[in-house]
Structure formats: structure tokens, C-alpha cells
Design a protein around this ligand. Structure first.
Ligand SMILES: C[S@@+](CC[C@H](N)C(=O)[O-])C[C@H]1O[C@@H](n2cnc3c(N)ncnc32)[C@H](O)[C@@H]1O
Length: 353
């Protein structure tokens, strides 16, 4: 077997480092919560040694495929190391300072602790909650400023590697269904783009294409704009709107991506988003969805999935992990539906018939 290159060792070391920080952070913060606010400790299932072993193996598999995709040129290798490291370093203390208010919401089961200044009428009801007990929900600059670090910690440093799983099917399907279209004529929409981490990954893979991101949170879009529109690359369009009713004309895009949204939507809203994707795609347009793994194809991780919605406020997760997304896609007109799972993320590809 060939020796791994220095770059690969650097990548593996970085991932191990992020993993250790994530584990240490969660261990210490859970102990602190147990000591200071024991009532906030959720009732969770025990994670066995065998399960831990499987989880570690599935992280390794994810990292291996991430590395291989970079090696075969699907995205540049420097993307594997990319993050606003200095900014994250200085913002990390905020994550700790934020914890007491998170614990208190968890203890009091307070799930609608949102900024008073927001106009509730412009958001769907399901959105007006503190998903994962997040301070201000998705509705403040403060929440947007620490979200990326929180997600990296939650997934032990694998969040971006999981988001990158959309790129391989995106490239394959675009090459298959739009072989004549060059990159600069491609229009790609990322729904529920949040702080723009997925768009950042997509832009590295499609640097000349016209990219658009949409999200309901102005604060998260501001954060995305800071990262994406820094004057160094092609401008990315960012639109505030509901993914169920996108203010864009029919058949505007060759491809749409949507990452980590569906588990935060009620079933009806998932259906509405799929319908919108169908409307917005050109014929043979490519839809790539990524979200949590589901019970049907990852039964070995069922206790991890159970724990997730016991620990975090995720009101639609229990329904999502049993939802038949393939059926929703095909009932709404999509064909060639495929899916694959990587660590905690499942990725679907589907084509507009
Ligand atoms: C878990 S975050 C995922 C963000 C991003 N895709 C990522 O990979 O980090 C969910 C995002 O969906 C957005 N969102 C939730 N419901 C939405 C809706 N109906 N329309 C548009 N965005 C929505 C939230 O504002 C938030 O930014």
C-alpha cells in the first residue's frame, strides 16, 4: 500500500484535532451542566463501546472519501483546510458564555425565547422556535456569529466534510444531464443556505458558476455575505425568503442543493420545498438534498438519533428520521432518485423528470 502524502497526513491530523476539541468540549460542558443545572440533563440512551467503534469507523470512511474526492479534482485540496480559523478562535469563548442561557431554556423547556424586535408575522410558525435551544433561534446576529462553531463541535469537526458530500453527485449529475453547459452558464441555488458554508464548498468546485443562496434569516445571510462576498471571488446572490415560496421565476436553475433543512421542517413544509425545487429547476435539473441519516438505512445508529432529539430541541426530527423522502420526491415528479449515507448525513440526488 502506498504511503499517505504529507498533505493527507495534515488533513487527517486536522480532522483528529477538531474531533478531540469537539469531544473535550462536550465532555466538559456536560459535566458543568450536571454540576450547575442538573435539571437540564436530558435522559439519553447509553452509547455502547461497539457503537462508539462504529461511529469512529464511519468518521474515518467519511474523511477517506472526502480526501479521495479532493485528490480526483472534484474540489481543491485547500478546501479541506479552509475555515475562518482566527475568527473562530476569538469567537469560541462566546460559545461558553452562551451556555448558561441554553441550559436555562432547556431546564424550563422554553422553546420560544426569541428577540422581541422580530416581526413574527413574516415567518412560518414552525420557524419561530429555539432549534437546538439556540439563543434567539435563527433570528439574531449573535446566533449567526456562533452557529458554525457550534455545528463543528456538535459533529466533532466533520460538519464541512459532510456538507462536501453534495459536490460529487452534483458534479456527476450536472455532467450527465447538462454536458453542453459550461461552468459559467450554470446557475445553482442553495436553499436554507444559513451562514453559507455549503455555498463556499460549492463555489470552490464551481468557481465560475452563478450561485444563489436563500434563507429565512437575515442575520444568517449577513454572516454568509461576509464570508462569501469578500471581493476575492465571483459575487454570490443572497436572498431572504421562504424555501416553500421562493421569489424566483420557474426553471431558473440547472441545480439546487439543500443541506440540513428537512429535519427542521414539518412534513407538509418538506413537501412544499420539494415542489418549489421542481418548479425552479430546468427540465432534467438536478436536486441534491443532504440531511440527517434516517432510521431505515442506519438502524445501527438508532440510539444516536434518539439521543439527538432528546438533547436538542428538534421538534420535527422524530418524524423526519422515519420520513420516506424518496416517496415525496417521486410523488412530486422527480426521477432517478438515489441516496447514500456518510457518518451522520444522508445525501439524495434526484432529477426533474
Ligand atoms: C440547520 S441550518 C442549516 C444551514 C446550512 N444549510 C448549513 O449547512 O449550515 C437550517 C437553516 O435553514 C433555515 N430555514 C429554516 N426554515 C426555512 C425556510 N422555510 N426557508 C428558508 N430557510 C429556512 C434557517 O434559517 C437556517 O439557516
Amino acid at each position: 500500500m502506498a504511503e499517505p502524502s504529507l498533505a493527507k497526513i495534515a488533513y487527517q491530523t486536522l480532522q483528529q484535532g477538531k474531533g478531540l476539541v469537539g469531544i473535550a468540549h462536550k465532555e466538559i460542558s456536560t459535566k458543568l451542566m450536571g454540576f450547575l443545572v442538573p435539571e437540564a440533563i436530558p435522559d439519553t440512551s447509553h452509547i455502547t463501546k461497539e457503537l462508539l467503534f462504529d461511529l469512529r469507523k464511519s468518521i474515518k470512511d467519511l474523511e477517506e472519501i472526502d480526501w479521495c474526492d479532493a485528490e480526483r479534482g472534484l474540489y481543491p485540496k485547500n478546501l479541506l483546510f479552509e475555515a475562518p480559523w482566527i475568527e473562530w478562535f476569538f469567537k469560541y469563548p462566546l460559545v461558553w458564555l452562551d451556555m448558561p442561557s441554553t441550559w436555562s431554556r432547556r431546564k424550563d423547556r422554553n422553546i420560544q425565547d426569541l428577540p422581541h424586535s422580530i416581526n413574527k408575522e413574516i415567518y412560518p410558525d414552525y420557524y419561530l422556535q429555539n432549534f437546538h435551544h439556540q439563543t434567539d433561534g435563527y433570528l439574531s446576529d449573535y446566533s449567526a456569529s456562533i452557529y458554525d462553531i457550534q455545528v463543528e463541535i456538535l459533529f466533532n469537526g466533520t460538519a464541512d466534510a459532510m456538507r462536501r458530500r453534495v459536490i460529487a453527485p452534483l458534479k456527476t449529475e450536472i455532467n450527465k444531464y447538462f454536458p453542453e453547459t459550461n461552468d459559467s452558464s450554470l446557475k445553482i441555488l442553495d436553499l436554507a443556505t444559513g451562514t453559507g458554508r455549503t455555498l463556499q464548498q460549492i463555489r470552490s468546485a464551481f468557481p465560475k458558476s452563478e450561485l444563489t443562496g436563500l434563507d429565512l434569516s437575515a442575520s444568517y445571510l449577513k454572516q454568509a455575505s461576509k464570508y462569501l462576498n469578500n471581493g476575492e471571488n465571483e459575487l454570490v446572490q443572497l436572498i431572504k425568503g421562504n424555501a416553500e415560496r421562493v421569489p424566483i421565476l420557474d426553471q431558473s436553475f440547472q441545480a439546487i442543493t439543500c443541506v440540513f433543512l428537512f429535519h427542521e421542517l414539518p412534513g407538509k413544509a418538506r413537501d412544499n420545498v420539494i415542489k418549489e425545487c421542481y418548479r425552479l429547476l430546468k427540465p432534467n435539473g438536478v436536486l441534491i438534498l443532504a440531511d440527517s441519516i434516517q432510521l431505515s438505512d442506519s438502524p445501527e445508529f438508532s440510539s444516536v438519533l434518539e439521543n439527538f432529539h432528546r438533547i436538542f430541541h428538534e421538534p420535527y426530527y422524530k418524524n423526519y428520521i422515519k420520513d420516506d423522502i424518496d416517496l415525496r420526491l417521486s410523488l412530486n415528479g422527480f426521477k432517478c432518485i438515489n441516496s447514500d449515507s456518510f457518518f451522520m448525513t444522508k445525501v439524495w440526488s434526484a432529477i426533474k423528470a
